[in-house]
Design a protein around this ligand. Sequence first.
Ligand code: A3P
Length: 312
Amino acid sequence: MARLDVTETFRQITFPGHLHTQESLRYATDFQFRDTDTLIVTYPKSGTTWMQQALTLLFSRGDATLAQSVPNWARAPWLEQYYCPEVLKAAQGPRIITTHLPHHLLAPALQGSKAKVIYVARNPKDVAVSYYHFHKMANFLPQPRSFAEFLDEFMAGTLHYGSWFEHVRGWTRTAKDNSNFFYITYEDMWQDLRGSLARIGTFLQCPLEAEELNSSLRHCSFSSMKDNAMVNYTQIPDEIMDHSKGQFMRKGKIGDWKTMFTVEQSQRFDQVFQSEMQGSQLSFVWGCPGHLEPVEPLETRTSVENPIVSVA
Ligand code: A3P
């Protein structure tokens, strides 16, 4: 299935045709969840692969065999992608399933189900930057002309998989009344991976012993995942993901948006954020104090394609 230039539009949201068909999207929206399923939900570039790795290790009690021998998409398939039925047919034990679908598309299928849902959110400025770089390397996504245009599309919610704002709002709206729903951010995991894994383990009723937790931590670190071919996408051929144009495990930082956004873009983004998220109780960590502060003040920067500051 190549279809690199195909776009599938499903209920007004666009998806890359390389991985999605009308049939695969219908399969997802009609899916019958089992109470033993765990569903990872993210907007793209929010820490999906990281959570897939974390859950694999938690369910394996820190044993890295699976995490080092089976690709992430085969142990936690995306529900809406065409190969999912095949993978789930062969699945044994409790299933880890992943989705990027917005809440309104999956809510009917989840209604009445006791499947556990883990929602991972990331501050949207970093999501936009990560997504932009991913578009440049992924040949199944439209090639962005410039970061400025890409950012406009992100703010307008017209990129593949729809609007970040709608995604986060939709999934978190009903969260407080649902004991099977767990919300965590990329930044939570980044700042305290041990505590995050322990909390997820408790939620999944799968608490780990100290040694099992230590091993899970090791295999979830950015450096370990960057070198793990089962999660770093290096096995995907160049015609699909052009590895000369970037790496999937790119930087793994908080606040990298400061290397790309101009002051004007940042202010405009803040306005859109405030208007789209009004009424939401969510707060985000936008940078790490003392860690990623630009060497050159943001105000002096005009170019976004050649950022003055590199935090790599
Ligand atoms: P960057 O592009 O900012 O580096 P997703 O899996 O949802 O597509 O998200 C990919 C993003 O998560 C990338 O962000 C990637 O580097 C980051 N990531 C993946 N594993 C990580 C880890 N163990 N620690 C920190 N960041 C990680």
